[in-house]
Design a protein around this ligand. Structure first.
Ligand code: SAH
Ligand code: SF4
Length: 349
């Protein structure tokens, strides 16, 4: 619920066309809307009082119905390896998390697309929260703006991955609008090649996505090689199964030299057998892809175990022998529960 007195209209999340229309509706020149756009996204000015290139009267009329609201940073927990987990409180009192992962070549910012998640994968803590709601566009872009404001990432040259809380393709419209705002050359101007959307496999939306003029990189959480196992650990497979998902991947439009990332969580004695590795190589035939092996990150109460190191390397080796490029995702931030699958805010503080 919105608190009394809080303005629910957030300017952040509106695109240039919408801001131009808003300016016009307030009797201003369309150009004022473009200035507002540049202030918000290029200059990253979020205090209307400091937007001195806009007239006082325009600003005060805006303030009657609008505010500029960024998610509030409630807590930052930094891991021994430098990974930082940011806890955000949203306007309605719900919480989401984002993770900053410093890397030698290029930092990565992992952001959320929903409060909780409805998909219910058995290995993922976010599933335990259940689903609360979709993030608004301003709340998605706001996570990035906060990380920039805090000096965690530079204005350019970092990766953004939609691998935090939530299933991005269940919040497709807002995720794609946020993607366009992040990459607009007149605004935030981040490279679309450095943005990745990860999905558990919402195939109808993937088909829709394939029609977009400009696309982020795609990562698919495959995580199993048989329908039986995938049904068990990722209930979404009962709705859109492995085969259908791989068919969509086979047809997905890719720029030259681009590949789909196939994420594969290694669960001891469940998804880590030699046979799984060979089956995975077979399934990926004809799909320009690279495999990202993610050794399971344990969380209390989840019914899985992490395979031993020699199993992880054996799995990777088999894939390589079969000419599938496979990388083992380095575990980061595990001591502060910021690693893949550990994001959950189970009670509000
Ligand atoms: N909902 C999206 C994006 C968020 S999850 C999706 O599922 O793709 C990001 C990645 O973390 C997914 O590939 C998921 O399979 C993986 N993951 C989830 N829980 C994990 C865990 N406990 N250990 C390792 N990886 C996990
Ligand atoms: Fe949702 Fe992704 Fe977690 Fe599955 S792995 S429950 S889709 S966030």
């Amino acid at each position: 619920m919105y608190q009394a007195g809080m303005k629910s209209n957030n300017l952040l999340g509106l695109d240039q066309a919408e801001l131009v229309r808003l300016a016009e509706s307030l009797g201003e020149d369309p150009f004022r809307g473009r200035q507002l756009y540049v202030q918000l996204y290029r200059r990253k000015q979020h205090n209307l009082d400091l937007m001195t290139d806009l007239s006082k009267s325009f600003r005060s009329r805006l303030l009657q119905d609008y505010s500029v609201s960024l998610p509030a940073v409630r807590q930052v927990v930094t891991s021994r390896d430098g990974t930082a987990k940011l806890l955000f409180r949203l306007d309605d009192g719900t919480f989401i998390e984002a993770v900053h992962i410093p890397e030698e070549t290029r930092d990565t910012l992992c952001i959320s697309s929903q409060v909780g998640c409805a998909v219910g994968c058995t290995f993922c803590m976010t599933a335990r929260m259940g689903f609360a709601r979709n993030l608004r566009v301003g709340e998605i872009v706001g996570q990035v703006l906060r990380a920039i404001e805090m000096g965690l990432v530079g204005e350019n040259g970092f990766n953004i991955v939609f691998m935090g809380m939530g299933e991005p393709l269940y919040n497709y419209r807002n995720v794609m609008k946020a993607f366009r705002l992040l990459t607009d050359s007149e605004g935030m101007n981040l490279s679309y090649r450095r943005i990745t959307v990860s999905t558990s496999g919402v195939t109808p939306v993937l088909r829709q996505m394939a029609e977009e003029p400009k696309l982020p990189n795609l990562a698919i959480s495959l995580n199993a090689t048989t329908a039986e196992v995938r049904n068990r650990i990722m209930p979404i497979n009962k709705r859109w199964d492995l085969k259908e998902l791989l068919d969509v991947c086979r047809d997905f439009p890719l720029e030259p030299r681009r590949r789909i990332t196939i994420e594969y969580v290694l669960l001891k004695d469940e998804t880590d057998s030699d046979e799984d590795a060979r089956r995975l190589a077979r399934l990926l035939r004809g799909i320009p892809s690279k495999v990202n092996l993610i050794p399971y990150n344990p969380s209390p109460g989840l019914p899985h175990e992490r395979p031993e190191e020699h199993r992880i390397s054996r799995f990777q080796e088999i894939l390589s022998e079969l000419n599938v490029s496979a990388f083992v995702r380095k575990t980061r931030g595990i001591d502060v529960a910021a690693a893949c699958g550990q994001l959950a805010h189970l009670e509000a503080s």
